[in-house]
Design a protein around this ligand. Structure first.
Ligand code: PMP
Length: 360
């Protein structure tokens, strides 16, 4: 059937800014070495797949999610060593939590501020909820520009400041003293987004307890459950209680919930995978450091940012060789000719290096 174009009447109904947006692009990766989205390359071991399958099969899919979601909240709080006086809320991926935060703060004139280049959802969620987005450029070596950040905060008074720790796509951690200055200068919320925490050399969790306006966000995606969609956010009890009011009821399906609980019961399997990926990252970084025509930045995540002479050409040539990475060079001028590669298994990383070498 040929699909009909939107009628003028429907065009008038739908927000014009939404109509002029591009949908979030997901690259097709069928049959390719998939190193574009910071996924964990290792599947659940076969014996665990079987046990999980039985557990999922026994769930009451005819019922709405129930108290089991609270069990998951407690298990995650325990896993993350959430400080006393804090509470935790869950999202369908941290993407949903980012959208809910914008919704909770969507007062006319409100804004969201984040360093750029950074994770695209901060700007997209702001736009969708009618908040303005202020992107403060990083320095040329991808550090926070302390002066520019503090000036923008003083001038714009943002409702929400995002600091991805480590950052995507630059894969670095920020200077903790600069973060503290930002938190003290912030008139509103500061969200430390620790999506890549399983691979990072440090976390901000021990410092959040001093503050009343800091939220710490994490996800099980990079841990090894990107397909499950489970993000969580911790913050002072009274603050989480307010933000949680805009969460759709039952946003965590019984399937998501059970998979996440199961994964936490077997956390040592995922911890071993993260350890192996960190070793792989170190191996990949030293190989890249010796490759002519490539500049690779230090990474505290499961991705590495590279600069080549011609990113579009290299990206296409790698794709033709069956290796899919992300060309981020159009995201921001600081990323000119940059590619972002995910750290994969030993075999995938060897394929990545071979394809990159042939594609420069
Ligand atoms: N935060 C950052 C910094 C990310 O890079 C990503 C995803 N790439 C997310 C959050 C979203 O993660 P999730 O899969 O939990 O929605």
């Amino acid at each position: 059937m040929i699909s009909k174009p939107l009628t003028t009447q429907l065009q008038k109904l739908l927000r014009s800014d939404v109509q002029s947006m591009h949908a979030y692009a997901i690259q097709s990766a069928a049959g390719m070495v998939k190193l574009d989205a910071m996924e964990n390359p290792y599947p659940l071991p076969a014996h665990l797949q079987e046990v999980l399958g039985q557990r999922l099969g026994a769930l009451a899919l005819n019922r709405y999610p129930d108290g089991r979601v609270n069990d998951l909240r407690h298990a995650l709080a325990d896993y993350a060593q959430m400080p006393e006086g804090f509470d935790i809320m869950l999202g369908n991926g941290s993407d949903e939590l980012i959208s809910l935060l914008a919704l909770a703060c969507a007062i006319p004139g409100a804004s969201v501020l984040a360093p750029v280049p950074g994770f695209v959802m901060y700007a997209m969620s702001a736009q969708l909820q009618g908040l303005s987005f202020i992107g403060v450029p990083l320095t040329a070596d991808f550090e926070l520009d302390e002066t520019a950040m503090l000036a923008a905060i003083a001038e714009q008074q943002p409702a929400i400041i995002y600091l991805a720790y480590p950052n995507n796509p630059t894969a670095n951690l920020w200077d903790d003293e600069v973060i503290e200055k930002i938190i003290l200068a912030a008139p509103g919320l500061v969200v430390l987004d620790e999506a890549y925490q399983p691979f990072a050399s440090k976390s901000y969790i021990d410092r959040i307890v001093k503050h009343s306006n800091v939220l710490l966000m994490r996800t099980l995606s990079k841990f090894g459950l990107a397909g499950v969609r489970l993000g969580y956010m911790m913050g002072p009890k009274a603050l989480i209680a307010e933000i949680d009011k805009v969460r759709p009821p039952y946003n965590i399906s019984v399937l998501n919930c059970e998979c996440a609980l199961f994964a936490l019961e077997h956390r040592q399997v995922f911890a071993a995978q993260a350890k192996e990926l960190i070793a792989q990252r170190e191996w990949l970084q030293s190989a890249l450091a010796n490759m002519a025509g490539v500049k690779a930045w230090h990474s505290d995540a499961n991705m590495i940012l590279l600069r080549v002479d011609d990113a579009a050409k290299t990206f296409d040539a790698m794709k033709a060789r069956g290796v899919l990475v992300k060309n981020v060079s159009k995201m921001h001028e600081l990323l000119a000719n940059c590619l972002r590669v995910t750290v994969g298994s030993a075999q995938e990383n060897a394929q990545l290096l071979a394809a990159l070498k042939d594609s420069l």
